[in-house]
Design a protein. Structure first.
Length: 94
């Protein structure tokens, strides 16, 4: 995943307003600062994530490359099976 130049949720393209959100929270011992655990979001969407209004699903490999998935709290989760290729060469199967 490359450094995003827009919010992965709403599409805001103001680089100065972007935050890096940890998909696995920093308080979790599994959390890392690697690209597969980070997503660029604007301040507004970041606040909604931390209020649990937006649920982060994570990065998934699709036929068109890596894609970030999220949903609003009232939406049902989509069950997906995916493969995550990590920067250290390891692979996670979901």
């Amino acid at each position: 995943m490359k450094k995003a130049d827009k919010c992965e949720i709403c599409g805001l393209q103001e680089k100065s307003a972007l935050h890096s959100h940890h998909i696995i929270p920093r308080c979790d011992e599994r959390s890392t600062n690697t690209p597969e655990n980070l997503v660029s979001v604007c301040a507004s969407c970041h606040q909604l994530i931390h209020k649990s209004e937006i649920i982060v699903e994570g990065w998934f490999l699709t036929s068109s490359g890596m894609k970030f998935f999220w949903r609003r709290k009232e939406e049902r989760p989509i069950i997906r099976i995916g493969i995550i290729f990590k920067s250290d060469g390891k692979v996670d199967i979901l």
